[in-house]
Design a protein around this ligand. Structure first.
Ligand SMILES: [Zn+2]
Ligand SMILES: [Zn+2]
Length: 848
């Protein structure tokens, strides 16, 4: 193996400010092919003695402890995904997962209407949406951790973004001139002009010798917190080079927010297609090379989002305000990198703060990724660019506008051989190096059937770069690669359907990989795989597949499907949720869904989990754990429901009864939490094995946990009221009502709350400032946390965040639909706007 033996390591002094690796400064060494993926690093004995004893006591990072455990176990033991230890602690008899291992097929299978297109057709967002690019649209699948159903399958909401109606024509000059030129080029007697013109879809998207391309080439999800609802945006690139950003602002509809190809084309036209420092024009527009150059300088190849950068902005009143921005980098055909900076929340063209073009100098560029590194409180970033002829390098990104961010002084070459092995995909993973005791970045790139890796580490000695290739992973080129955000596992697949998992294990100096074959379950195995994507917390792997060979024959027609397999057991997921440092249920939807599945299947909360959760809730009182508890009770309630004998839509007597109960339950915005939840009707026949006492006990638990969470949030709101008002008259928050509501419960013993309420009463000076019904002007009493009813029977729902009665026609709902909140209005003070920005107090999901 040629790559197995190539390895270089370079040191750059950090005092010379992250200077780049001069390509001739690295040295190569030959290593026996046996140790292909982890060359032996020279480590002095003293170093080992110093490092070893302290290694197990790593900083409290669960991911690291996991890694340490992996490193401790022998790397050459049987590497099956099926015999992982966690199953051992579960009860072997009653656990339906026992013997199955972590990898189980998860229903349903989602059928795609048209064949997938482009590169890496599957992508999983941080807010649990999957995009699948195909020739007609982008199919979007949102995973919802449903609390209103007893169906064990994944609950998936589907939407789509269609391919634009009109083909994208890049603007290179005045329209009449360009169309005349195209005729000239097409009819040119010179075959070196007419042939490349007719055979190039970029120059010639509508006419020409080749049919126009239809479909999507690539999609990229922004981080969380970018759209007006605090969720992810989707950047998409069509096969005919249109780069747009879409937002999903209401539940069903995706709106195109900006066409960046068009905006960039206009900017180039203004500058006469000449950028400072870039290659000079190759003559006039009438010259074919210049005509080509103007196309190539605006034709996107790929795009990737950075993390959200927070910077401080001084307001006109001299106050500092945190402003969030995000960067979108687009790699262009000619090797240029365009870095767009957007103000958050992103609303369209007006949110563009800046647009900078960087010359990468990479020929035949194929892929890019952000390099983001945190070292000693300093954030470094750069862009990793790969080429379809081999090389990989990191380029500095200098953005004066983004304060507090640093970059490299010069490009760093990670792989420099032009060996004609294309770089297909690059991922950059942040890890903590347990031996060097600092952060490091692991860059992995799929190159042909090899996985190229590079470990970057800034130490006192400088920027260290270690690299090598993992060989022998796949027998055919890697078609797709995905990496989980936390934990650092990398998954690769090839067209023959084999999926490998690579787990980095730190050695004293660099890293080696534990390789596992993912044994795909029946129904998924043996199919042709076009793309894979791992869920944000590594609970699921999604695969887009078509039929494989049958008896050595290709199928006559292919149907495209998105399939799901689990990568963790529900017990592992529950343990991760308990120990989570994220403290947000919504961000861990994938893990939560595994637990939901188990509760629905077993019709009970795993006793171990319940016990541990109770202990932890008791010890810490964290509202996150209370919300986890509420979630478990709600799912348990659903699991004990009896399924209706017939489909709900069929007009039968019994079913209509369920419907009415459902409709009545809805306006309360409370789901099963209320004393007369939608499932109550289903129970009348004796329920699916649960007695009525059991069910009412669960309802009482749900009610108790909801009340606790409400009181905790009320306390927070009252704290804000106290901090931000002199007299509470104009707060619009029903302060008196909330105070009275808290005090009215004799069982509620909370000293801090009583003290706070005492202070607020002093401020209010015996006045009550009630809310009034907008229909009859009567007083709206505060007797119920969910709704307000005036004496004339007008009923208004209460906002779950501010407890105001929502007296407007529109309001927001949380993703799980267990509560509602009002929209902020322009004359709300900032602190009320902040309260209204929070997630649902019951389920942590966004409200929109
Ligand atoms: Zn009224
Ligand atoms: Zn909710």
């Amino acid at each position: 193996m040629r790559f197995a033996s190539l390895y270089f390591r370079l040191k750059i002094n950090v005092r010379r400010s992250y200077e780049a690796a001069a390509p001739n400064r690295h040295h190569r060494a030959q290593f026996p092919t046996g140790s292909s993926c982890f060359p032996p690093f020279p480590v002095s004995r003293r170093q080992v003695a110093k490092i070893r004893p302290s290694a197990p006591s790593l900083p409290g990072d669960a991911g690291l402890i996991f890694l340490w455990k992996m490193a401790a176990s022998s790397p050459d033991r049987a590497l099956d995904g099926e015999e992982t230890e966690p199953g051992a602690e579960a009860e072997p008899d009653s656990d339906p997962w026992a013997g199955l291992g972590p990898i189980v097929k998860r229903e349903p299978v989602v059928k795609l209407q048209s064949p997938v297109s482009g590169l890496e057709p599957l992508s999983w967002s941080e807010d649990h949406r999957l995009s699948a690019s195909n020739t007609n649209s982008i199919s979007l699948m949102e995973i919802v951790c449903d609390i209103h159903g007893y169906c064990q399958d994944l609950v998936i909401h589907r939407t789509s973004i269609p391919v634009p109606e009109t083909p994208c024509v890049l603007k290179v000059g005045p329209d009449p001139v360009v169309s005349k030129l195209k005729e000239t080029f097409a009819g040119s007697k010179d075959p070196t002009v007419s042939q490349p013109f007719m055979l190039d879809r970029m120059l010639n998207p509508t006419a020409g010798s080749l049919p126009p391309l239809r479909g999507f080439k690539y999609t990229s999800w922004s981080p969380l917190g970018c759209d007006t609802n605090g969720r992810c945006l989707l950047a998409s690139l069509t096969l005919d080079n249109r780069l747009t950003i879409h937002g999903n602002l209401n539940r069903l509809h995706w709106t195109p927010l900006v066409d960046l190809t068009e905006v960039y084309g206009e900017m180039l036209a203004e500058k006469g297609y000449q950028l400072p420092g870039a290659e000079p024009p190759l003559g006039e527009l009438e010259d074919f090379p210049e005509f080509q150059r103007r196309h190539r300088m605006q034709c996107p190849v790929r795009m990737e989002w950075s993390s959200v950068c927070t910077t401080q902005q001084v307001q006109t009143n001299n106050e500092c305000k945190d402003v969030g921005t995000v960067l979108l980098a687009a790699l262009l055909e000619n090797g240029d990198l365009v870095v767009w900076q957007f103000q958050l929340p992103f609303q369209g063209r007006g949110s563009v703060v800046s647009c900078n073009t960087i010359q990468s100098g990479v020929s035949a560029p194929s892929v890019l990724a952000w390099w983001e590194y945190e070292h000693g409180g300093r954030k470094m970033s750069g862009l990793i660019v790969g080429s379809s002829v081999g090389p990989v390098k990191i380029l500095p990104v200098n953005l004066k506008a983004v304060k507090g961010y640093f970059t490299l002084r010069q490009p760093v070459v990670l792989w420099q051989e032009t060996d004609q092995i294309p770089v297909h995909n690059i991922k950059c993973i942040s890890l903590y190096h347990p031996y060097q005791k600092c952060n490091c970045s692991l860059v992995v790139a799929a190159r042909g059937s090899y996985l190229f890796w590079c470990l970057l580490l800034i130490s006192k000695a400088g920027l260290n770069v270690h690299n090598s290739h993992v060989t022998g992973l796949h027998s055919t080129p890697i078609t797709s690669m995905t990496a989980s955000r936390y934990g650092g596992s990398i998954f690769t697949c090839s067209a023959d359907g084999s999926v490998k998992k690579l787990t980095p294990i730190f050695t004293d100096v660099a890293v080696m990989f534990k390789q596992e074959q993912i044994r795909l379950p029946e129904g998924v195995a043996g199919r042709r795989t076009h793309g894979i994507a791992v869920s944000p917390n590594g609970a699921y792997l999604a695969l887009v597949t078509t039929e494989g060979l049958t008896n050595g024959q290709h199928p006559v027609s292919r149907s495209y499907q998105v399939q799901f397999v689990t990568l963790k057991t529900p017990d592992d997921a529950a343990a991760e949720l308990l120990e989570s440092s994220v403290q947000n249920l919504f961000k861990q939807t994938d893990l939560l869904d595994l637990v939901r599945w188990k509760v629905l299947r077993d019709k009970r909360i795993p006793p171990m989990l319940q016990e541990e959760l109770d202990d932890k809730v008791h010890a810490s009182g964290s509202t996150y754990l209370w919300r986890f508890k509420l979630f478990l009770f709600r799912v348990l309630y659903q699991s004990l429901q009896k399924a209706p004998a017939e489909a709900r839509w069929r007009p039968s007597h019994e079913v209509s009864k369920v419907f009415i109960a459902d409709d009545e339950g809805e306006p309360d915005g409370e789901g099963p939490g209320g004393s007369e939840g939608p499932g109550a009707a289903g129970l009348e026949d004796g329920g699916g094995g649960a007695s009525e006492e059991q069910m009412s006990e669960i309802i009482a638990w749900i009610e108790a946990v909801e009340s606790h969470l409400t009181r905790e949030h009320m306390k927070r709101v009252l704290g804000e009221v106290y901090l931000h008002t002199w007299i509470t008259e104009n707060t619009s928050i029903p302060t008196r009502g909330v105070c009275d509501f808290l005090m009215s419960d004799p069982t509620y013993e909370d000293r801090a709350a009583r003290v706070l309420i005492g202070h607020i009463f002093k401020k209010m000076n015996k006045q009550t400032f009630p809310e009034y019904c907008s229909l009859c002007k009567e007083v709206l009493p505060f007797t119920d946390r969910r709704q307000a009813v005036c004496c004339n029977g007008h009923m208004w729902l209460r906002c779950v965040l501010s407890y105001q009665a929502c007296q407007t026609l529109t309001y927001r709902r949380c993703l799980l639909q267990d509560s509602i909140a009002r929209h902020p209005v322009p004359n709300d003070p900032d602190w009320i706007k902040r309260i209204l920005q929070g997630p649902c107090t019951f389920c942590d999901s966004p409200l929109f």
